[in-house]
Structure formats: structure tokens, C-alpha cells
Design a protein around this ligand. Structure first.
Ligand code: UD1
Length: 329
């Protein structure tokens, strides 16, 4: 049987970019996605199986039918405000189903596991210096907690079984496939880059800046925006690392420098060639002033070299994708 990589959530935003890269690298890929937020036409490589990580019977069938050597686990709900409004939805989908998937991996002795985690596990950092993986974890919303609990399961399993994991803590993911084939299509997105691009093409009449009185250079929130293609590269490197018997590790994924909300909006205006209707509002509850990754470990351990560490490149690919989505509608 051909060695196969199982990608859960491979029809979603980040997963679909990784699946595309895996296909380009010649991997045999099975995507498991229930399509609740993903899109079948975003799967550009391998075979899509419509189903759920909570379905043990289906997982058993998949692990029996294919020679799964590694699992990349993206499937999750990711909208922070929604997680606050409906925490059990997040614990059920993100935590309980991860547990289920891990149980099936253990049963079939699949030991290479790449997990999508998030900077939300850090909560509100004590200082605005770049945050390392050793910083305390203290999520302030159910989304971050649902992911941190999965990190704990991985840690505990790795301590006592043959499972090895690479846990990637994503900072603010943005941008899209430079060839315009796939991108961020999630409905109800609250992400700044997505909201600003929707406004730039006329789908929203305004963009709000949530807070202009932060202790940051221009008073607005600072984030470490990472292009989805560079993040996808990190996943392929993680897979190679596990295949090489690398020990379990947790790594931040960001560039190590941040941009303010105003800087992002200016970049969107530049890419769109027209001004946005920007309004200033109060701070959004639970937003840290600044969240920037110390991602030295990712660079040194994996020799990861970002290709799109440039705000204009990030924003222009996001905008091009948003326009394409609108044209399709
Ligand atoms: C959060 C999560 C992240 C998750 C993402 C998507 C944390 C620490 N991070 O990122 O893991 O993947 O949500 O749900 O919880 N902003 C505006 N106006 C807007 C939207 C946002 O000013 O309309 C500001 C925010 O205040 C923030 C920055 O833009 O300063 C980025 O916000 P956003 O894109 O929503 O991502 P995070 O909240 O940083």
C-alpha cells in the first residue's frame, strides 16, 4: 500500500493550502472534512472523504483501507467570539473529537501527528516582547482552551506511547495561494484582514478599529501576520521532521515582528487603490495590545525560510482572493 498522509480539515483555509503543497511534493493525501466550514473545491490534491473526526467507525475504515503514516489535524472551529457565545460547541468539536482521533491513531499505531494550535493559548501576555513557546499558557477564551486541552492530550500521550507530535501555534494567518486557486472563504469571519478586504471590494460599508488607546506606537493592536503559504511550508517541514524520528515539539509560527491595525488597513487601501471607510471604536473584549511570536525555534530547527514576509504581499493576495470569491457569487 502507498504511504498516505491523512489531513483532517483539509478543505478549510489553512488545511487546503497544506494539501495543495503536499500534492505538489508528490504525497498521497486523504482529506477528511465534514465540510461544515470547508469547501470540496478547495481540495486540489488527493481524495476527499466527507466525514467527521468524531466518527470512530469511519476513522477505523479509513485507517484500515489506507496505509496512514502521518496525520495532520486541522479540523476545528476557529472563531473566537463564537467560542465565547457557545463554549460547548468548541469543546465538543475541537477537544472531544481530537481525543477520538488520537484514540484511533493509537489503535492503528499511527505515531506521526502534526497539530494546529494557536497563539490564543497564551492569553494576554505579560509584556509586549516577542512571546516564546516557554511563556505561560493562559487562554482567555474557550477557543484557546479547547486547543490547549488538545495540546495536553498530545503531551501526555507522547510521554507514554510511541506517538510523536509537532504542535504548531499559529499567530495571525492571512494571505492566500499566490496563484489565486484557494483562500480564506469562511463565512462569518471576524479576522481583520478578511473584514478589511471585504470592505475594500464593497461587501461592507466600513471597517472598525477596535481600540486606539493601546500602549503601542500608533495606539492600535499589534499582531504578527503570517502568510498562509509560509505556514504551509512549516507543516511540510514538520512532517519531514517526524519522519526523521524527531522528538515531540511545540513551535510558534509567526515572523517575529508585528503590524498595527492601522498599518494593515493602510496596506489594504494601497492594494485596493482607494480609501476605506474607517471608524474608531472601543477595544474588543479580550484583545491583547500586542501579540508577536518569538519563532526562532521554527527557523533554527526546521531551517524554515519564509517566502512572503511582507505585509503588502499578504494583503494583496487576500484582496485578490476576496475579489475572486465575490465574482464567483
Ligand atoms: C484571534 C485568535 C486567533 C484566531 C483568530 C481568528 C487570539 C490571541 N488569537 O486572533 O488564534 O485564529 O482570532 O478567530 O485569541 N481588529 C479590528 N477590527 C476588526 C477586527 C479586528 O480592529 O474588525 C483588530 C483586533 O482588535 C486585533 C487585530 O485587529 O488587534 C487582529 O484581530 P483578528 O484578526 O480578529 O485576530 P486576533 O483576535 O488577533
Amino acid at each position: 500500500m502507498t504511504k498516505t498522509v491523512l489531513v483532517t480539515g483539509g478543505a478549510g483555509y489553512i488545511g487546503s493550502h497544506v494539501v495543495r503543497q503536499l500534492g505538489d511534493a508528490g504525497a498521497h493525501v486523504i482529506v477528511l472534512d465534514n465540510l461544515c466550514t470547508g469547501f470540496a473545491d478547495a481540495v486540489l490534491s488527493g481524495e476527499l472523504i466527507r466525514g467527521d473526526c468524531g466518527d470512530s467507525e469511519l476513522l477505523d475504515q479509513i485507517f484500515g483501507r489506507f496505509d496512514i503514516e502521518s496525520v495532520l489535524h486541522f479540523a476545528a472551529h476557529t472563531i473566537v467570539p463564537e467560542s465565547v457565545a457557545d463554549p460547548l460547541k468548541y469543546y465538543a468539536n475541537n477537544t472531544c473529537k481530537t481525543r477520538n482521533l488520537l484514540q484511533v491513531c493509537a489503535k492503528h499505531s499511527v505515531n506521526n501527528f502534526v497539530f494546529s494550535s494557536t497563539a490564543a493559548v497564551y492569553g494576554i501576555p505579560d509584556s509586549d516582547v516577542a512571546i516564546s513557546e516557554a511563556a505561560p499558557t493562559s487562554p482567555i477564551n474557550p477557543y484557546g482552551l479547547s486547543k490547549l486541552m488538545s495540546e495536553w492530550m498530545l503531551r501526555d500521550l507522547a510521554a507514554t506511547t510511541g506517538l510523536r507530535h509537532v504542535t504548531l501555534r499559529y499567530f495571525n494567518v492571512a494571505g492566500s495561494d499566490p496563484q489565486g486557486r484557494i483562500g480564506q472563504s469562511t463565512a462569518k469571519a471576524t479576522l481583520l484582514t478578511k473584514v478589511a478586504c471585504e470592505a475594500a471590494i464593497g461587501l461592507r460599508d466600513r471597517v472598525a478599529i477596535f481600540g486606539t488607546d493601546y500602549p503601542t506606537p500608533d495606539g492600535t493592536g499589534v499582531r504578527d501576520y503570517i502568510h498562509v503559504e509560509d505556514l504551509a511550508d512549516a507543516h511540510l517541514l514538520a512532517l519531514a521532521y517526524l519522519r526523521d524520528n524527531g522528538p515531540s515539539i511545540t513551535l510558534n509560527c509567526g515572523y517575529g515582528h508585528g503590524y498595527s491595525v492601522r498599518a494593515v488597513l493602510e496596506a489594504v487601501e494601497k492594494a485596493a487603490g482607494k480609501p476605506l471607510n474607517i471608524v474608531e471604536e472601543a477595544r474588543r473584549a479580550g484583545d491583547p495590545p500586542s501579540l508577536v511570536a518569538d519563532a526562532q525555534k521554527l527557523r533554527s530547527l526546521f531551517a524554515w525560510e519564509p517566502r512572503y514576509d511582507d505585509l503588502d504581499a499578504i494583503v494583496s493576495t487576500s484582496l485578490a482572493w476576496e475579489q475572486k470569491l465575490a465574482d464567483r457569487r
